[in-house]
Design a protein around this ligand. Structure first.
Ligand code: MN
Length: 480
């Protein structure tokens, strides 16, 4: 990535936030002064790094405090600036943001010391105090990954693994797919360069071979929608390299992936989304098992869209993703889309809405339930930073659980009482044992009866998530 100049940065800020140019300039001057003499491995002055981080944040239309904190994000760690200084020069928010970002740097899950567990817990729960901490940290990591070529091979691999383990899940939990895809591909490039190149060539060829087909589809759908008086904008997109890799690792042939080729259809409102899907189906037959309505049932990271994979010409499958402009913002930028949509008020709205995101809710739940630090960290690691399974409850809500969860875990996710009075469980209308391991897309229906009292010992034996086990333990304590 080419470094940006201060002038380019200020130009970008003044395009959406002219009043704050003064404060942002002040933050830049202070960061420049205190990092003076420090160099990056590339040989550039250190200040280029915080400046690029702040530029990435400005591209998200970040608010003043976030921009200032982005410029100052390394001053607590690498210079003599103190938290009190930041509060004096700016305000409490900027000081807290920089402090939070500096602490996340120390987040790792390898240590076994009790003190470290306590620390890790503090860092993680600190995130919930202000989501902008993670956003700044993601911008920081993104710039470091974009300039990783100057580091040693050992450092490159180490940073890449850490990025896939910690920062990609963060980006996904916030719904920031743009950053998630870029971090994934950059990490993958350093971890498995040969496979990366192979898939990258495959992807280029895919684009070359299908560009005419996709443009032809865009033309036809656009004409049809215009005729229906539905204003629309249509773009094509290809799956990112790491996602293609993940699907092929599961033993699939690259060509058989149903969403390698995709069209994004952006329309004005929700009703137009549904009408547009009907229009698309009138031109191209849908592949019925690949229709999804994430508008009525948003993903746990608030992603919303209609998906329908259709039969295009030449025996090809193309996924259409139909959504409104705001949904498109959220699909691309996740939580940071609040800045685009809510402007100056975003910080406040972001905090208010945080519990709509299952990620933050899980952090709060676990913090409330688990007192032991080691157990807390272990649970966070296995439940927040590992793969998850998505199932439907009996009214069609999507419920997210750690991969490997079973019926008892699911029941506890709905509430202790449900597990206690559980009589029978049905998955896709078939009766199953309580130990049944959930699969993506399962429809789950539980039958309970007030007269049934499952013993906590039995439930505890079957439960696989720490969350369920913890609830059982808590309950035992209160009934003893
Ligand atoms: Mn940094």
């Amino acid at each position: 990535m080419k470094s940006v100049s201060f002038e380019e940065f200020i130009k970008l800020v003044s395009e959406y936030n002219k009043e704050e140019v003064g404060a942002v300039t002040k933050a830049y001057m202070i960061a420049k002064k205190f990092h003076d003499g420090q160099k990056r491995q590339s040989g550039e002055d250190y200040i280029t790094h915080p400046l690029c981080v702040a530029y990435i944040l400005a591209q998200m239309k970040a608010d003043r405090d976030t921009l200032c904190a982005g410029l100052l994000h390394d001053t607590l760690e690498d210079t003599e600036v103190t938290k009190e200084d930041l509060e004096f020069w700016f305000n409490k928010n900027v000081a807290n943001l920089v402090d939070g970002v500096s602490k996340i740097n120390k987040l790792h899950f390898s240590s076994k010391e009790e003190e470290e567990y306590a620390n890790t817990r503090k860092i993680i729960t600190g995130i919930t105090s202000d989501a902008r901490i993670i956003i700044i940290k993601l911008a920081d990591r993104l710039h470091n990954m974009r300039t990783l070529q100057y580091k040693s091979e050992y450092k490159q691999k180490q940073k890449s693994i850490e990025t896939l383990q910690i920062y990609v899940p963060f980006a996904e939990h916030l719904g920031d797919y743009e950053i998630k895809y870029e971090l994934e591909d950059l990490s993958f490039k350093y971890l498995k360069p040969d496979i990366y190149n192979e898939i990258s060539e495959f992807r280029n060829k895919l684009e070359e071979d299908n560009i005419d087909l996709l443009n032809d589809m865009i033309y036809k759908i656009n004409l049809f929608l215009n005729d229906m008086n539905i204003p629309n904008e249509i773009k094509y997109k290809f799956k990112n390299i790491y996602s293609i890799y993940k699907k092929t690792v599961k033993g699939r042939n690259k060509d058989s992936i149903h969403d390698l080729l995709a069209l994004k259809v952006i329309v004005d409102d929700i009703l137009d989304c549904y009408v547009s899907m009907g229009c698309v189906h009138m031109i191209y037959k849908p592949y019925n098992q690949k229709i999804r309505d994430y508008i009525a049932s948003p993903k746990p990271n608030m992603y919303q869209s209609l998906h329908s994979t259709v039969f295009a010409d030449d025996n090809k499958l193309v996924q259409t993703q139909i959504r409104t402009r705001d949904m498109e913002m959220i699909a691309s930028y996740g939580l940071t889309a609040y800045w685009h949509i809510n402007k100056g008020n975003a910080g406040k709205v972001m905090l208010e809405d945080l519990n709509k995101y299952q990620f933050f809710k899980s952090l709060n739940d676990l913090d409330y339930l688990v007192s032991d630090n080691k157990e807390f960290v272990t649970q966070i690691k296995s439940e927040v930073f590992s793969d998850r399974v998505y199932v439907y409850d009996s009214t069609g809500n999507i419920i997210e659980l750690p991969l490997g969860s079973n019926i008892v875990d699911y029941a506890y996710k709905l509430g202790s009482n449900i597990a206690k009075h559980l009589v029978n469980a049905y998955v896709n209308n078939n009766p199953v044992l309580f130990s049944y391991v959930l699969k993506n897309g399962d429809r789950i229906h539980l039958l309970t009866n007030e007269l049934t009292n499952n013993s906590e010992e039995d439930l505890g034996r079957v439960a696989s998530t720490c969350y369920a086990k913890k609830l059982i333990k808590e309950h035992n304590k209160t009934t003893d």
